[in-house]
Design a protein around this ligand. Sequence first.
Ligand code: AMP
Ligand code: FE
Ligand code: FE
Ligand code: ZN
Length: 284
Amino acid sequence: MTRIDLHCHSTASDGTFTPAELVRAGAAAGLDVMAITDHDTTGGWQAAAQARPDGLRLVRGAELSCRWLGAEQWPIALHMLAYLFDPDEPRLAADLARMRVDREQRAEKIVAKLAADGVPITWGEVHGYAAGGSVGRPHIAQALIRAGLVRTTNEAFASRWLGARYFVPKSDLDVFEAVRAVRAAGGVTVFAHPRATVRGRVVPDELIIQLADAGLFGLEADHEDHSPAERAHVRELAEDLGLVVTGSSDFHGTHKTVQLGDYLTDPEAYEKIVSAATGVPVLG
Ligand code: AMP
Ligand code: FE
Ligand code: FE
Ligand code: ZN
């Protein structure tokens, strides 16, 4: 059986494995194909490609932080996986750079709010945990764990901490701009965990229909944050709209409990993604 995991994070964003450790762990987990999809960055691509063990195909991608201004003009956050695009295409590269700057400014604000309430963490500490990669709330969670205020990343996302009380929104990319920019850079987009109600508000099917018209290529159905009913709904929607269906672990190292290869993508869907994109997986 071909084992394909198309959504994995490294220390280039909020994963805990370096890109080199990630590809080695992918091979050790028996994967044939894995994608590196850090939040708003291609910063891990080179190190992952260099360390890629023989026999593992590496799909270079990213997970774009997007927003959709719903009918009520109250933005809903959503994630677009982007695969096999040109990282030097100026418009997309500028979008990604802008989002990384915004992530830093937003994390600094969250740290300032916490510090104002006497929580003994600093921006310097959090910035250090991000180690030059895209900063995210898991890095702030790491500081809260170090300070002894929570025991796990998950606990740090509770409403009394990063989930609500100390939540600051990111500015994010308009989701239609994301789909267009990735296409213009030769890549394809797959909507990550589109029905994950456990994460908060999800977008209506009408938006997914509009995104399909705008060039969206696929929907991620098999994901730990989807219930069986949510997975079935996503599959049905994909079939109706002619979109590919993927399944992936969304591995984050020790920031989450899910393991590489816990959810997989069918080879036919993978081949369609590769055929539709101008970029190529790293192999041979
Ligand atoms: P951010 O991108 O800074 O808004 O932080 C959200 C990231 O934290 C997501 O990529 C999640 O993968 C990660 N994360 C880890 N644990 C949780 C959790 N319990 N709830 C939400 N996000 C989490
Ligand atoms: Fe993450
Ligand atoms: Fe995501
Ligand atoms: Zn992810």
